[in-house]
Design a protein around this ligand. Structure first.
Ligand code: FES
Length: 185
């Protein structure tokens, strides 16, 4: 168990967040979960003792996880470290519609083959149409479909777009909106 020191503040945390991917170490051991919290990406460390029980292929990008653990804040460096102690998949409550998400691969292959332009196009379209509260645009790590770059996934429907282009921006936005009862016209 970690301790709080004059330099480091340690607190428990509990959050329900979408999975953006994992960071592997020593082959297929998961060292970090990459998650989105308030549209920012955070890495949550898996302690060595728990890595063997985490199957890296267990969950898809966008799976909603409830994660508990310890957060350490280095007061001098302003650095935050998160370490998980428990985690489990949760289903999003159907009665609480959430903004749709566009999870677009931000890694080199996708980014250089039109992903960057598509991201910028979608970002601008969301702003122009005033849909910022209905559609979230989020960059992810490699979605393991590099040959079909650029790639993106719509959440919560998990609809995938491969070799996506800026000409499909309207289609992508329509795909992300049906889940929301306040769908913009
Ligand atoms: S770089 Fe985008 S899927 Fe791999």
């Amino acid at each position: 168990m970690s301790r709080t020191t004059p330099r480091t503040l340690v607190q428990e945390f509990d959050c329900t967040v979408p999975l953006l991917g994992v960071i592997l170490k020593d082959g297929d051991r998961v060292k970090f979960m990459r998650v989105a919290i308030d549209e920012r990406e955070y890495w949550i460390k898996i302690p060595k003792s728990l890595r063997p029980i985490y199957d890296p292929h267990q969950w898809q990008i966008g799976t909603l996880l409830q994660i508990s653990g310890l957060q350490s804040i280095d007061r001098q460096k302003g650095r935050l470290e998160l370490e998980a102690t428990t985690w489990q998949k949760v289903e999003a409550p159907p009665s609480q519609p959430k903004p749709g998400q566009i999870l677009i691969c931000g890694k080199t292959d996708c980014w250089q083959k039109g992903g960057r332009e598509l991201y910028q196009c979608l970002e601008q379209a969301i702003i122009d149409r005033g849909w910022s509260d209905q559609v979230r645009l989020q960059k992810t790590g490699c979605q393991k479909q590099c040959k079909q770059a650029p790639n993106l996934v719509i959440m919560p429907t998990k609809q995938k777009f491969a070799r996506a282009t800026v000409h499909q921006a309207g289609q992508i936005l329509q795909a992300v909106l049906p889940s929301n009862p306040n769908k913009a016209e």
